[in-house]
Design a protein around this ligand. Structure first.
Ligand code: F0G
Length: 416
């Protein structure tokens, strides 16, 4: 195992604490010798372990499995969504519900590995910039490991559930007068300057290694097959890159026989990657003032855009934008038809699917997996703003039955 620059291919030792290439400044990734991995898997009992990030420990970059920092992450449901699928015109629709993770988002997959590395490296402080979920997750894993945690959040609205999590887990939270991209720049500088401060944004190549388990799980949940298309909300673009890496690993290891197309969805007001893909250009034009109701993906200059574009290009996928209105409609549809309550950023994958079916990009016979990245209770405010408040009625059965339309007997043929 070693670390390599995605652009100039410069190699670094796995023990180096490094976040970007010293030669050209580009992004780094962890590389493995697949022959070694195949051998390791052959000798391993991984298939008898429960579905979780650590079922795939043979494919994770940690030294000592008995020293991992874990809150029992991964193993999230891949829900077959028949009712929603029918409404959207897709025969086999699945939602990978990442809200089932310990702190309620997919970030936990990355943090269990990232914080384990922080401990391995002997770091005492971990840091990140975050629109909320990364902060909540890092704070929890830092608490578990006994590390100090610092998070920088952007100004403007932050979902309260996420902020409450970061605070209760004991992180030092700083709200920066600026957007996410500015906050990220500061934590990058702080971690370069203070070598005991370990950076755990998705630029950290080890974090992505944990997140690739999302793809492994999908393959195992589909009995050793990859879906046709995987639809992923995109913010800073680490996750779509990680998921593609996971599918690519399984393909190289002969654990699946085909690869899915990766589809990235961005909110219209924060969509530099989707714009570039749609216009067929090879670089992004950052958005200065990103704006969307999906605050988790309110990011104008995604750091991992090159990895995301590579995932989309290599998988022959695409990217699309959705409006705030489409996101909130999708959130409600998923809740009402499937009993899954996800946060707005997560619902963007469903909104994207709806749009792609209309555009004919998704065919009704394909197997589609939408990744729902975070739990709806992270951001209940947005739902309360759009739903009618409950009315208060006297504590008497008469008026309550009247209001509910239950004052007359229900006809036996009636269906709910
Ligand atoms: N969905 C949710 C719920 C998120 O919190 C994020 C990112 C994404 C999707 C996008 O993932 O950045 O890997 O493309 N949230 C980060 C944070 C930025 O700080 O919590 P990405």
């Amino acid at each position: 195992m070693f670390i390599q620059c995605i652009a100039c291919r410069e190699k670094y030792d796995e023990d180096e604490i490094i976040y970007s290439c010293r030669r050209c400044g580009d992004l780094l990734e962890v590389k493995y010798d697949y022959k070694v991995l195949k051998e390791r898997l052959r000798e391993s009992d991984w298939m008898s372990l429960p579905l979780s990030v650590w079922r795939y420990r043979d494919l994770m970059p940690v030294r000592d499995i008995s020293e991992i920092v874990s809150l029992n992450e991964g193993g999230t449901g891949l829900h077959r969504c028949k009712r929603l699928g029918k409404l959207l015109g897709v025969k086999r629709l699945y939602v990978k519900n990442e809200g089932e993770n310990p702190t309620g988002s997919f970030k936990d997959r990355g943090m269990t590995v990232g914080v384990t590395k922080a401990v391995e490296f002997g770091m005492k402080i971990v840091i990140c910039a975050s629109t909320g979920n990364t902060a909540a997750s890092l704070a929890a894993y830092a608490a578990k490991a006994g590390l100090q945690c610092i998070v920088l959040i952007p100004s403007g609205k932050i979902a309260y559930g996420k902020l409450a999590q970061a605070m209760v887990y004991g992180a030092k939270v700083v709200q920066v007068r600026g957007n996410f991209d500015q906050a990220l720049k500061i934590v990058l500088e702080l971690s370069e300057k203070h070598r005991k401060v370990y950076l755990l944004n998705s630029i950290n190549p080890f974090r992505i290694e944990g997140q690739k388990s999302l793809a492994y799980e999908i393959c195992d949940q589909l009995n050793g097959e990859a879906p046709d298309k995987v639809i992923v909300p995109v913010g800073n673009a680490g996750n779509i890159s990680a998921i593609w890496k996971g599918f690519s690993d399984f393909y190289q290891l002969n654990l699946i026989s085909s690869l899915p197309q990766m589809i990235g969805i961005q909110a219209e007001g924060a969509a530099p990657i989707a714009q570039a893909v749609k216009e067929g250009i090879n670089s992004i034009l950052p958005v200065d003032r990103p704006e969307t109701v999906a605050t988790a993906i309110r990011i104008g200059a995604p750091l991992s855009w090159k990895k995301a574009m590579r995932a989309i290009r290599e998988s022959k996928g695409t990217a699309e934008t959705v409006t705030d209105r489409e996101i909130l409609e999708a959130q409600r549809m998923l809740a009402r038809h499937e009993g899954l309550f996800v946060e707005p950023a997560s619902a963007s994958s469903i909104a994207g699917l709806r749009k792609l079916v209309d555009l004919g990009t998704v065919n009704k016979d394909e197997t589609i997996v939408c990744v729902a990245t975070g739990h709806g209770l992270k951001d209940p405010d947005i739902v309360m703003q759009t739903c009618r408040k409950p009315i208060e009625i006297e504590a008497k059965i008469g008026p309550i039955s009247e209001y509910l339309g239950l004052s007359k007997p229900i006809a036996p043929t009636a269906t709910l």
